[in-house]
Design a protein around this ligand. Structure first.
Ligand SMILES: [Zn+2]
Length: 143
């Protein structure tokens, strides 16, 4: 009985085997965070504060397929909470100013940060969904 070495596979499947299927997730999220089209990085993603445009005015990429829903709002709450709460705890521990003064600072800061972050975070979520071909961003255009 002779042992033969198994034939090595010359073809390994990678993402680069099908370049059309590869979408850079981080790049898409970064472009979305700056409210740009995740596909070309140039066209605007939004036509109003939280209203995505129907399609990119540069490359024609459709944005109607996104399903960001409430995720951006949840993410913003998590992000702002993780910034404001530690600061509040640190200030209370070290300086303990009056509660009224603290509320007068933390509430507007939380509100402003939330409003400021909502659009970029939504853009990043849409970019992520586009990169992963989720929902309406798939090739089958399923709706
Ligand atoms: Zn575009």
């Amino acid at each position: 009985m002779t042992l033969t070495t198994p034939k090595t596979f010359t073809k390994t499947w990678t993402n680069s085997a099908d370049p059309a299927a590869k979408r850079d997730m981080w790049n898409a999220m970064k472009r979305g965070f700056f409210c740009r089209c995740p596909n070309c990085g140039e066209g605007k993603m939004f036509r109003a504060f939280l209203k995505t445009a129907d399609h990119c005015d540069r490359c024609g990429q459709e944005f109607t397929g996104h399903r960001a829903d409430d995720l951006p709002a949840y993410l913003v709450i998590v992000i702002v909470g993780h910034i404001v709460v530690p600061i509040a705890l640190w200030i209370e521990t070290n300086y303990s100013p009056s509660v009224a003064l603290q509320l007068a600072i933390y509430l507007p800061i939380s509100l402003i940060m939330s409003l400021w972050l909502l659009q970029p975070v939504k853009g990043a979520v849409v970019g992520l969904q586009w990169a992963l071909r989720m929902h309406g961003f798939g090739d089958g255009h399923e709706h």
